[in-house]
Design a protein around this ligand. Structure first.
Ligand SMILES: Nc1ncnc2c1ncn2[C@@H]1O[C@H](COP(=O)(O)OP(=O)(O)OP(=O)(O)O)[C@@H](O)[C@H]1O
Length: 256
């Protein structure tokens, strides 16, 4: 089973230590939480793992494979997927096509042959569209398959982005505030999907402001504050930790 690890990881922007010497493990088949107040460094961690930011110091591993200096596309091909805090869909393309794009990482015939309309590629594209259709069902948005992605309400766009991120069956997926803007019922639906993905063997890193949501789902929670990891452990212990209460729950962020 795969496990993502970051060791002694630092990211400095000039004099600003956005992430400062943190260690974290995201095991397969589990949901791991990363919480912390605004500006703590959570999105920077995701950008460091996914290859968007180079590390000032430290290493990133998937099992024994070092990802530290890989390009963002190579990291994705190793089986690390992510969603973005600010949704990044192709707004004028259909919901279905937005999810099909997520499969191209492992599609055999390649984008060029697909565009050229070669028979093998067309058959594969048809198969991928069927898979994408099923995935839309899993996220409860099949009826919007032909809508322009940009026309959907925010919460539904998040679902499209999540469906796209897991289309290529990544080993690890990092979800940056996946239930932001969703109501209780929608969040509960997402929680079921996340648990299902973990049961299927995927490792999930859940970056969230909603501590209650994280506590319900995660076996292990990491807490960042000003770039430093101030606590880690099971949610019951972490949420009782005075340092966490002071930094996070004590009013700097939404601890609902
Ligand atoms: N590209 C960048 N250049 C300079 N500073 C940056 C850059 N990216 C992030 N930062 C800074 O690094 C710090 C951590 O930011 P980051 O976005 O990682 O925090 P966060 O925990 O994700 O916050 P939020 O919960 O508000 O999204 C902040 O002070 C931010 O301004």
């Amino acid at each position: 089973m795969s496990s993502l690890r970051i060791e002694d990881a630092c990211k400095y922007f000039g004099g600003l230590k956005a992430v400062d010497g943190i260690n974290m493990t995201v095991p397969a088949g589990r949901i791991t939480g990363l919480i912390g107040p605004n500006g703590a460094g959570k999105s920077t961690v995701v950008n460091m793992i996914s290859g968007v930011y180079s590390l000032t110091r430290g290493e990133v591993y998937l099992d024994e494979q070092q990802l530290t200096r890989l390009h963002v596309d190579e990291v994705a091909r190793c089986g690390i997927a992510r969603t973005f805090q600010n949704i990044r869909l192709l707004p004028e393309e259909s919901v279905l096509d937005n999810v099909v794009i997520g499969y191209f990482r492992k599609q055999r015939s390649g984008v060029m042959s697909s565009l050229m309309g070669l028979p093998a590629a067309l058959a594969e594209t048809r198969r991928l569209r069927e898979q994408a259709w099923e995935l839309l069902g899993r996220f409860g948005i099949q009826k919007y398959a032909d809508y322009e992605a940009g026309s959907l309400p925010y919460g539904h766009q998040r679902r499209v982005e999540m469906a796209r991120s897991i289309a290529a069956a990544p080993r690890i997926v990092m979800l940056d505030e996946p239930v932001a803007g969703m109501n209780e019922v929608e969040s509960a639906e997402m929680a079921e999907i996340f648990e299902d993905l973990a049961r299927s063997g995927m490792g999930l890193l859940l970056i969230e402001h909603n501590v209650a949501f994280v506590s319900r789902l995660c076996s292990q929670v990491y807490v960042l504050d000003s770039g430093r990891m101030i606590a880690e452990g099971p949610p019951e212990a972490v949420t009782r930790d005075p340092k966490v209460i002071e930094a996070y729950i004590g009013g700097k962020a939404d601890a609902a």
